[in-house]
Design a binder for this molecule. Sequence first.
Ligand code: G
Ligand code: G
Ligand code: MN
Ligand code: NA
Length: 254
Amino acid sequence: MTIERGLRHALAHDELRLHYQPQIDSGSGRVVGVEALVRWQHPEWGLVYPDRFISVAEETGLIVPIGAWVLRTACQQAKAWLETHGPFNCVAVNVSPRQFMETNLLQTINQTLAETGLPPGALELEITESAVMQDPENTLQVLHQLQQLGVRLSIDDFGTGYSSLTYLRRFPVQSVKIDRSFVIDLPDDEGSKTLVRAIIALAHELKLFVVAEGVETAAQLSFLKSQQCDSLQGYMFSKPVDAELLKPGLMSAE
Ligand code: G
Ligand code: G
Ligand code: MN
Ligand code: NA
């Protein structure tokens, strides 16, 4: 069976799952948000990770219904967390370039928020830097419309694309996520240190919140804290896990 046929089947037969990875406030150690990451629970292949199917979904357009499912499921879960565990910043959902170019993204998001009752400010959309830069003028327009809905916006994989500083300043985003490739060689590699320091300083100048991805070691953590990185995500705190294993708002990583 091809991946494409498998994905159609997965959508129709409820084989997709979301895992959630906590984002930790670097000052308090509290869980302030979670990123939703899709998996495919295949009856024979077992748990299939997105690297195996997101690109096919993107090419075939299946990313649109998959993305809508991810959005609805993540918003339902976040609403449940808000009710049982009290306030937490937000659930972050990845939006692919193709979804971003779809004309009804705005409508899908609006409708999902209305149906689930999640406050818009509790949803964050992660858009990769490369997606943002494919058509920056169009992106700017869509980002402004999304901002008017009250959802939070974040640039994913930051540092790997080629955002001009002009656009970074003009995009109505709240945060940037430093790509894991810059975190992995901290704190020994001088190049990585310089880049991470520069990204954090620049983002803070622009009043953006900074999240570091892929934090695995105490040494990486300590460097990121010394640079006032706002929040942290990585195996050091938790792998992406089932919703039942997380209690955002109540959880502390200290
Ligand atoms: O944990 P990880 O293997 O989950 O994710 C691998 C890649 O797949 C990451 O680049 C991540 O952004 C992407 N990804 C994970 N979940 C989703 C999703 O729901 N939608 C989109 N578009 N990409 C996702
Ligand atoms: O959306 P994005 O490209 O940022 O997806 C995050 C990816 O990074 C997912 O595949 C997730 O499982 C993975 N990931 C999250 N934390 C860590 C980490 O500490 N180390 C490694 N190697 N991967 C991580
Ligand atoms: Mn992401
Ligand atoms: Na990323």
